[in-house]
Ligand binder design. Structure first.
Ligand SMILES: NC(=O)c1ccc[n+]([C@@H]2O[C@H](COP(=O)([O-])OP(=O)(O)OC[C@H]3O[C@@H](n4cnc5c(N)ncnc54)[C@H](O)[C@@H]3O)[C@@H](O)[C@H]2O)c1
Length: 270
């Protein structure tokens, strides 16, 4: 049986860790050829090694999503390696550095330079990736009807007051960008969606997925979600895969929570 993205070429950013690495492996498992892009080129290369070990096809590229020239070069790499681009998954994202022992920083404690960096990566990174992909999609199709899929990792923090003010604001921007762009490019056959995960134990925000306290951290994260377990990076990658597949061929402009029910609400009295 064919995979859900059989024969498609996908560029996935933030591919050296967490959700990005899980997505590269899952998309390849489902028949895609993947360009694994990350600002940490060595980690992207390690993701590709894991793909090859599993018998799949992928190439790595060092890419800073906040730099449009770097993003263009990653798209060019997809065309050079695999002849085209069908999917971009704008997944790379960061937050302001947490305060050791205290967790998330309040807005008033954030420095201008670190705020600008988070905005550049989380908002502009998604915008540059989408622009570069659309340009390539348009080149590929007859009469500009190229088709193609854009999916981004927003966050449940972009849907509700959760996860830090500045970070939530950048993810809220991704949520709105997804809706607005979906409408703008619908007549080109391009679909634009986002996934909105809740808490995952990755390298995000100074966490350590290999921590000796992993079980305790996952347990406490799980308690924050109605379904009772932390979100696994593969849960998020699976939602992105679905949105890029033909199963979702009439779905665009959607920001899909992958949050164990967090955004839906809470039990009366809880
Ligand atoms: N972990 C969570 O709890 C959580 C929750 C909701 C949303 N998210 C979002 O999920 C996405 C993936 O994060 P993760 O949890 O896998 O974190 P992670 O830190 O494990 O992975 C993020 C990857 O992005 C890369 N990256 C950072 N800046 C980059 C840049 N400028 N250009 C290219 N690559 C860059 C990092 O090197 C890293 O490999 C992010 O957008 C994050 O905001 C995470």
């Amino acid at each position: 049986m064919d995979g859900l993205v059989q024969g498609k070429v996908a560029l996935i950013t933030g591919a050296g860790s967490g959700v990005g690495r899980a997505a590269v492996l899952l998309f390849v498992e489902h028949g895609a050829k993947v360009v694994a892009a990350d600002i940490n080129a060595a980690n992207a290369q390690e993701t590709v090694r894991l793909v090859k070990e599993a018998g799949g096809e992928a190439v790595a590229v060092g890419c800073d999503v906040s730099d449009p020239a770097s993003v263009d070069a990653a798209v060019a790499k997809a065309v050079e390696a695999f002849g085209r681009l069908d999917i971009i998954y704008n997944n790379a994202g960061i937050t302001v550095n947490p305060v050791p022992g205290k967790g998330l920083k309040s807005l008033i404690d954030c420095e201008p330079e670190e705020m600008k960096r988070v905005e550049d990566v989380n908002i502009n990174g998604v915008i540059y990736g989408s622009q570069a992909a659309i340009r390539q999609f348009e080149k590929q199709g007859a009469n500009g009807q190229g088709g193609g899929c854009i999916v981004s990792t927003a966050s449940v923090a972009g849907l509700m007051g959760y996860g830090g003010v500045l970070y939530g604001t950048t993810k809220g921007a991704v949520v709105q960008f997804t809706r607005a762009l979906a409408i703008e490019v619908a007549d080109k056959g391009i679909r634009v969606n986002a996934v909105c995960p809740a808490g995952m134990l990755t390298n995000y925000a100074g966490m350590n997925p290999d921590s000796e306290h992993k079980d305790r951290i996952l347990d406490s994260m799980g308690k924050a979600h109605p379904l009772g377990r932390a979100i696994d990076p593969r849960d998020t990658a699976s939602a992105a895969l679905f949105l890029c597949s033909d199963l979702a061929s009439n779905i665009t402009g959607v920001n899909l929570p992958v949050d164990g029910g967090l955004y839906a609400g809470r039990k009366t009295g809880a």
